[in-house]
Design a protein around this ligand. Sequence first.
Ligand code: CP
Length: 315
Amino acid sequence: MREPAISLHHLLGLEGVSRQDIQILLDTGFRFREVLERPIKKVPTLTGVNVVNLFFENSTRTRISFELAEKRLSAEVITFSVASSSLSKGEGLKDTVRNIHAMKMDAVVMRHPSPGAAVQLSQFVDAAVINAGDGAHEHPTQGLLDMMSLQEKFGHLEGLKVGIIGDVAHSRVARSNIFGLLTMGAEVTVCGPGHLIPPYIEDLGVGINHDVDELLTWADAVNVLRIQRERQGVGLIPSIREYRSQFGITNERLARHKKSIIILHPGPINRGVEIDSDVADGDQAIILDQVLNGVVIRMSVLYHLLGARVPQETN
Ligand code: CP
């Protein structure tokens, strides 16, 4: 199949990415779902293309998902997982640039604890740079896979009411969701404790509601963020029990609402904190759809960014 082209050379964030480009990436993701249904889940699309995965910060889902996507497209893959504690930002990126030049890589997938690291890298390498999460800045493929999962569930994004609950201040997932969903015509309201909702957030075009029950009355779907203990100072949430009682998504809370609200969570889940196990494992949650869509949306991103380097065929 031949897909329409996107206008991006890198995927650094969803801020400023056009509605047309996002829709093309989602549409190609849906088409790649068919590849994952085949007995041999592999196409030769990126044969001979070299991709390096650089993870300067821990990851389970994103790293495995990118590796799977690259292998499903027959790319040559190298993965480095580097403990962030052993590198200063400047040294890490300088070494990264030198290595990428030396290894003649076609694409770099990078997770880094510093906001802006992917943008910085893209200024020094010819390779396509894909941001796999940079500090609290953006996580664009997570935003895309969340939108794909919502589009799959509802059939559209235009006019959809999406709540984002939790630690918005420290969340790159929240920012990529906000940029992507607003571009696609959805409405977004964020919800959480006052000190975890940054004051600038309304300027992005989202609503704020600190009452989770009101949010659930309004929303078609909610994306439940995990409490990022590793990004916070000590004591920002004085009591987990209090947080769960005020903001946690529990079956008792969902049962108060007549409609069936769709629940997303980017993972990793703190069960019993921001979401209860019976909700995370229940019918309203589409968390495993998100994981599946994560593989195909990353196949789509790789296909579109690297398409100019190989013949435009996906099978
Ligand atoms: N959703 C997400 O980014 O998970 P990981 O940190 O495990 O990659």
